[in-house]
Write a protein that binds this ligand. Sequence first.
Ligand SMILES: [Zn+2]
Ligand SMILES: [Zn+2]
Length: 142
Amino acid sequence: MTSQATENAVNAGGCYCGAVRYVVSQPPLVKGQCHCQPCQRMSGGAPQYFILVPPNGFAWTAGKPAHFTHPDLKNAVTRYFCKTCGTQLVTTRQDTSGYIVKIGTLDNPGGFVPRVAICHADALGFHTVPEGVQVFDGLPGV
Ligand SMILES: [Zn+2]
Ligand SMILES: [Zn+2]
């Protein structure tokens, strides 16, 4: 795939400084918002909005993200971020295949509508959940 083709993709995205780029080529399996405390810490207090992309539907196309897996947490997620500008782009989970992409890093996130709100037990009083969105105290199915 040429970089030109990458930039023309509907669901291309990247970090704030532009060093790290990716493309999403499959429809998301899940569209949601996560209210957990780690997500609040990363976002500045809001829930994080995400899509879960199947494993064959995601590729890094420029740059090499740094990643972090908390050594003190059991089943810790791995968070991928730009080591230059610090933007968080993607999370992977040990118990889920696929890529959890933060929708704010998409070039065109305007079509995003969340369908589930997860880890809502951690939600702060001012967090909102759109009407019709299914709310889970923790993770769905757990
Ligand atoms: Zn960057
Ligand atoms: Zn979270």
